[in-house]
Design a protein around this ligand. Structure first.
Ligand SMILES: [Zn+2]
Length: 178
């Protein structure tokens, strides 16, 4: 062990306290460089990788929703779309394997129409919620993959407490009708 004491910082989105890394962040997803590096490593296969699971395809939805960033046209659209996916799976009973269908349903609407409909929702407090650090902590692919669903549920529960009705109304408007 060296004598260095790594600086630590907490992620502005999920609150994960991690050793600081000097790295990139996403343009509008509000994550610390350390948290973003963990997420991109998981999405890129991980070391070890996540065991195959239909829930893995929703990691992006949970992560983007847990890191809403600051109000901007992009962040408003991003958070809304990812919350609609989480609502679809956890409230409307869509199978996780159908997540691509859900995204297509939302995105078929013209951007101008969605811009007019979606608004910034005050993000919940994610203190104490599971983070990608919890997914990356277990040593085996199976144990890591088993963390994804509880992670997603945790993110959705925080959002749905104050905003369930709003997201349900968006879902009825943008996902369900033909
Ligand atoms: Zn984070």
């Amino acid at each position: 062990m060296g004598s260095d004491i790594s600086a630590i910082s907490s992620c502005p989105g999920c609150g994960a306290v991690l050793p600081e890394v000097d790295g990139p962040t996403h343009r509008y997803i509000g994550a610390s460089p350390a948290c973003w590096a963990l997420y991109t490593a998981l999405g890129g296969g991980g070391d070890p990788p996540l065991a195959l699971s239909p829930w893995n395809a929703l990691l992006v939805d949970g992560y983007a929703a847990q890191h809403p960033g600051r109000p901007s046209p992009q962040s408003i659209q991003s958070v809304a779309i990812h919350l609609l996916v989480l609502h679809g799976v956890f409230v409307a009973g869509v199978a996780p394997a159908q997540v691509m269908w859900l995204r297509r349903r939302v995105l078929r609407e013209r951007l101008e129409a969605r811009r007019a409909a979606f608004v910034w929702l005050d993000p919940p407090d994610f203190a104490g919620s599971l983070t990608v650090a919890d997914i990356a902590r277990p040593p085996t692919p199976q144990a890591r993959a088993a963390m994804v669903e509880p992670y997603l549920r945790g993110v959705w529960e925080r959002w749905s407490a104050p905003h369930a009705a709003t997201v349900a109304a968006w879902y009825d408007r943008y996902v369900v009708p033909d």
